[in-house]
Design a protein around this ligand. Structure first.
Ligand SMILES: C[S@@+](CC[C@H](N)C(=O)[O-])C[C@H]1O[C@@H](n2cnc3c(N)ncnc32)[C@H](O)[C@@H]1O
Length: 287
């Protein structure tokens, strides 16, 4: 079989088996391409013209084994391969942290918060950093920035350390074990935060793949806003006068607006929608 035939086969099998997507890829064909290329040891950007030649039986078998594991265990592919990609950057990942997929990564890549930053913006915080992907992307995108990266999960911070080392950034990213802002002392020009924000109803209906991720990384209480409520009470104390908070809320805009009717965020457009990543100036948070 050729890699292309294997990709078609894997996509069909995963669709038939009712596998869930959304942890790195959105569609069966994309997940199948990722699975096949990884199993064959090929880079994700392999030229498609190289994928139409038969591979040997052993290579076919390694693809089919990984496919069987993906279908039978319902583990996300990233946990099986121990690798995830975000904005073209590779991250180590395992069950200790959420699989990187934050929409804030898109905002960083697009420079969406640049109008609020200046050459003097040198201090950033990645709050709820998990495996550290946003901290790494910030450090790569803004070479003069020093980034603190905080999380309540010591296990997730172990993964973040692996990614900081992998990208050669130990001088520029400092990890902080902290429940919310309790052990965060800095004042920042930029705070990014992809918090746990899944509401209780959605948590109860999570597909198996998402149940494999740490509950702590997803569950945001009854309306998804438990963490955000606490954060917004004091976060302005950690922003410089011109500082901004960039907050992901996913599909929870209605719950957000119900909880914080008085707040007026700037909406940063993403491929998933217009109201999933919000930006607040310090002034907007104080009013
Ligand atoms: C949605 S995940 C985001 C992880 C990472 N930033 C990303 O985008 O892949 C939320 C993270 O918040 C952390 N978290 C949950 N409750 C927290 C709390 N009270 N204080 C700090 N971090 C918390 C979880 O451990 C998890 O790593």
């Amino acid at each position: 079989m050729t890699p292309v035939q294997l990709i078609v086969h894997c996509a069909q099998q995963m669709t038939q088996a009712g596998v869930s997507f959304g942890q790195g890829t959105l569609y069966p064909e994309d997940e199948a391409a990722w699975l096949v290329l990884w199993a064959l040891g090929l880079p994700l950007d392999t030229d498609t013209s190289q994928l139409t030649t038969d591979v040997d039986e052993q290579a076919v078998q390694s693809v089919l084994n990984l496919l069987a594991q993906r279908i039978q265990t319902r583990q996300p592919l990233a946990y099986l391969t121990k690798e995830a990609w975000l904005q073209g950057v590779s991250f180590y990942v395992d069950e200790r942290c959420l699989i990187p997929r934050s929409l804030i990564a898109e905002a960083i890549a697009a420079g969406s918060m640049d109008p609020w930053l200046s050459p003097d913006s040198t201090k950033a915080l990645d709050m709820c950093t998990g495996g550290g992907s946003l901290a790494v992307l910030l450090a790569l995108a803004y070479p003069t920035m020093h980034v603190d990266a905080s999380d309540i999960s010591a296990q997730a911070l172990e993964v973040a350390q692996i990614n900081i080392d992998r990208h050669g950034l130990p001088e520029r990213i400092k990890l902080l074990l902290s429940d919310g802002l309790s052990h965060v002392q800095g004042i920042y020009d930029l705070i990014v935060c992809n918090p746990p924000y899944v509401n209780a109803q959605s948590m109860a209906a999570l597909p198996a793949e998402f149940q494999a991720e740490p509950v702590l990384a997803l569950a945001g209480g009854h309306d998804g806003m438990d963490f955000v409520r606490r954060l917004l009470q004091t976060v302005s104390n950690h922003l410089t006068d011109h500082g901004v908070l960039v907050l992901e809320i996913g599909h929870e805009i209605q719950h957000f607006q119900q909880a914080f009717a008085q707040l007026e965020p700037v909406y940063l457009s993403t491929s998933a929608g217009e109201e999933q990543v919000l930006l607040f100036t310090k002034q907007a948070l104080l009013t």
